[in-house]
Unconditional design. Structure first.
Lengths: 338, 249
């Protein structure tokens, strides 16, 4: 059991997201940075869809009332476990009575804390993800607050061990990011020069940047005639451009439908970088095709497979198998470093 | 047949667009494609989102090739399947509404704006079922079509910051109601105690896109009765089922 002493700026329970109800107007929600989220669950020995704690810019202060393994990934919030620095992108054992205190992220925006077994909150419409606007998922449909008690669940699948991820798998959060974009579905609503403006200029993440969407400031993208369309579907990554010409990139809490022309969609594999960006940061857009995106997706799958085998191999290196004969009976004995 | 377009929405969704107008005929094509896909190729997509004039098909690009999905969609569009394999009925879900008073602070404005009496506005608003073109904005929020122009009223200039769940309103020639508390600029004419979105219920949504809503006028005592039943979980909405060739279509 974990007690929330103080929650930090915006701390919610998230998982892969809530699928199957967008036709009813229910957003997908889920972890904003799926890479950090997935790696955190791997390090904690969890099933891929386990619920974790997502912290934003300033982290939480937590008190552990039982022994457990925790993994922390994403922006480095300089977590301290009983006043000793905690390595980011690692899994470690936390003893009952420990305090884990996160500070501010000096780069990046979101940090994921996975507990072995996952966070056990009620499943609402197939997911534990918090969607605060409709008050569903997580703890009572809201961000965590002081005094909340979190239980761990049954989503553990591997025996967790203390392990730190290799540097090659750890992204750096730069102040300048490149987002690849597939044009459409309403690229025809924009002038050629508008599309050129969009791809050839830097845009700045504005203060209006949250789980629902990121509004960017920069040279206005010009429409041929109007910016309004008959509302149609919106997904995470879709770039709406209202009449003022500033792009809004929809994020995982996006409404399921929207009424502004969409110039294009940021490809899924590039969303984690955007999810880790903060107001004031620079964004460049680059045109991409779905064929290019397919190979990027394959690359991303390979990276996650490598992370998985790195974790498995590290465990193996800490394990030795012995065959022992006692009274003519053969025993297979596995000795693990703990 | 009007030119159907298949558009890209990122790497894991495509949009099949049937036109660029709001009409029940176009919307019916959207729902028809959704129903046939649901029946013939449920393994090829993750989820379907019908909107006014297009169907968004979400798929997993690591499992389904976009080109293959497009072939399936083209096959359905080219075939004359029409209604043959589609559910032939339509649902009309009745929503009991208490009009005016504290629940409908803008009812008199709507009446005055349109040179009608309050009762006339209520009679017109409840005179026919409205097609649910799509759900969006917030969970369970219905985008309805077909309200009479004679009670159309512009939105508030300054939106209210919090509109209570169940509020029934008019915005231009649109009508609808708010399933959850939300900000909004609609002219509020009444309220229903019925919950369109109840996440913990066995059936979390009262209606789906493609259904019809019929508003029925009730008095305050009846409203309180419905409110009580909703709280107890015993409320059963009145639902009529009509043939797809019925006069409402």
């Amino acid at each position: 059991m974990i007690r929330v002493v103080s929650p930090g700026l915006l701390t919610t329970i998230q998982d892969e997201g809530r699928y199957g109800f967008q036709a009813y107007g229910v957003p997908v929600a889920g972890a904003m940075d799926k890479y950090a989220y997935r790696v955190a669950n791997m390090l904690a020995g969890n099933n891929p869809g386990a619920a974790v704690i997502e912290m934003t810019v300033a982290g939480a202060h937590l008190f552990f009332e039982a022994d457990m393994f925790v993994a922390v990934c994403g922006a480095d919030m300089h977590g301290k476990l009983n006043e000793r620095p905690l390595t980011n992108w690692s899994c470690c054992k936390v003893s009952a009575g420990s305090e884990l205190i996160f500070g501010y992220a000096d780069s990046g925006c979101r940090t994921y804390l996975a507990i072995h077994g996952g966070i056990d909150v009620p499943v609402v419409l197939g997911s534990r993800s918090t969607y605060t606007r409709a008050e569903i998922g997580g703890v009572a449909g809201r961000a965590l607050k002081s005094g909340d008690i979190l239980q761990y669940g049954n989503d553990g699948c591997e025996r967790p061990q203390e392990i730190a991820l290799e540097a090659q798998f750890i992204p750096t959060y730069t102040s300048d990011i490149l987002l690849r974009v597939i044009l459409g579905p309403q690229a025809e609503y924009f002038t050629d020069s508008g599309i050129q403006t969009f791809f050839s200029n830097k845009y700045t993440v504005s203060l209006e940047a949250d789980r629902m969407g990121y509004r960017l400031d920069g040279p206005p993208i010009t429409h041929k005639k109007q910016a309004d369309i008959i509302s149609d579907a919106l997904c995470c990554g879709a770039i709406q451009v209202p009449g003022h010409g500033s792009p809004i990139i929809m994020m995982t809490d996006t409404a399921t439908t929207g009424g502004y022309a969409k110039i294009g969609t940021v490809i899924g594999p590039d969303i984690p970088a955007l999810a880790q960006s903060r107001p004031g940061q620079q964004v460049n857009f680059q045109q991409c095709t779905s064929e290019i995106c397919d190979s990027v997706l394959q690359e991303q799958c390979k990276v996650l497979q490598k992370v998985e085998s790195f974790i498995t191999n590290t465990f193996k290196a800490k394990t030795k198998n012995f065959i022992i004969k006692i009274d003519k009976k053969v025993y297979n004995v596995k000795v693990e470093e703990v | 047949m009007q030119q159907v377009r298949i558009l890209q929405l990122g790497e894991s969704a495509l949009i099949v667009e049937f036109g660029n107008i709001i009409s029940s005929e176009v919307n019916r094509k959207v729902h028809r494609l959704a129903a046939i896909l649901q029946q013939q190729a449920p393994q090829s997509f993750v989820e379907l989102v019908p909107t006014y004039r297009s169907l968004c098909i979400y798929f997993n690009p690591t499992e389904t090739a976009r080109a293959d999905l497009e072939i399936i969609v083209q096959g359905i569009l080219n075939s004359d399947t029409e209604y043959d394999c589609v559910d032939k009925t339509r649902r009309i879900v009745h929503i009991p509404v208490c009009y005016g008073g504290d629940f409908g602070p803008d009812l008199e404005f709507v009446a005055n704006y349109n040179n009608k009496t309050v009762q006339e506005v209520i009679d017109i608003h409840t005179s026919q079922p409205y097609l649910i073109y799509m759900l969006g904005f917030t969970p369970g929020f219905p985008y309805l079509g077909g309200m009479a122009d004679e009670i159309a009223t512009p939105r508030l200039k300054i939106p209210r910051t919090k509109i209570p769940a169940g509020s029934v309103g008019i915005a231009g020639n649109q009508t609808g109601f708010y399933p959850i508390d939300s900000p909004g600029g609609w002219r509020l004419i009444g309220r229903t105690a019925v919950k369109a979105f109840n996440p913990t219920a066995v059936d979390p949504f009262l209606f789906a896109a493609g259904d019809y809503l019929q508003f029925d006028s009730i008095n305050l005592a009846e409203y309180q009765q419905v409110e009580y039943q909703v709280a107890k979980g015993t409320f059963v909405p009145k639902v009529e089922v009509i043939d797809h060739r019925g006069e409402y279509l």
